[in-house]
Design a protein. Structure first.
Length: 187
């Protein structure tokens, strides 16, 4: 009896945790870890979306730069199929547009903005942007109330990032003055 009482006293003094206390601690730890993993997943998704938007914006800027390079040297611009494309004809010259000879057509084809050497949107060319949602981005532009001696080409692009959410679109509009064209050189 004395041995049993001594054993009970020693067991009662042991500092430890009960099974219920351990289960409560584990449940709280799981809830905390679930919240932290949600935060990390949300941060990763936001980073991926921001990177996709930035890439889309950079691609639009690159395409505009190349299109401006061509359009500023063109002697004429002919809008094709209601704005799906624009045909640029270059004058015969050496300076300042030595790169520009012949004909180039910029088109939206299969969701991409493409630069094609030639007079139409048929054929193969260099794709500058994918996921273009603007069906007819090209138009001739005149400033309301102002008669300008040089024609302008208006390009209004809307590009989706890799997602289908319309909140992830990049939209940009550029007005390009055609320095080698005569009045009426854009039609």
């Amino acid at each position: 009896m004395r041995l049993l009482a001594s054993l009970r006293a020693r067991l009662g003094e042991d500092a430890g945790y009960t099974l219920v206390e351990l289960l409560v601690a584990v449940v709280l730890l799981v809830i905390l870890m679930a919240g932290l993993s949600d935060m990390f997943i949300s941060a990763e998704r936001a980073n991926r979306d921001a990177t996709a938007r930035l890439t889309s914006q950079q691609n639009v800027r690159l395409a505009f730069d190349r299109l401006e390079y061509d359009a500023r040297c063109a002697k004429t611009a002919s809008i094709q199929s209601g704005g799906v494309g624009v045909h640029l004809a270059f004058p015969t010259q050496t300076v300042p547009c030595a790169h520009a000879t012949g004909d180039v057509t910029w088109c939206v084809s299969s969701g991409s903005l493409v630069r094609i050497v030639g007079t139409s949107c048929s054929g193969t060319g260099n794709a500058y942007i994918g996921n273009v949602t603007s069906a007819t981005p090209f138009a001739c532009y005149t400033i309301p109330g102002i008669t300008s001696p040089l024609p302008q080409l208006k390009v209004a692009l809307t590009v989706n990032t890799t997602t289908t959410d319309t909140g992830d679109q990049t939209s940009a509009t550029d007005y390009i003055t055609m320095h080698n064209a005569s009045p009426g050189g854009c039609s």
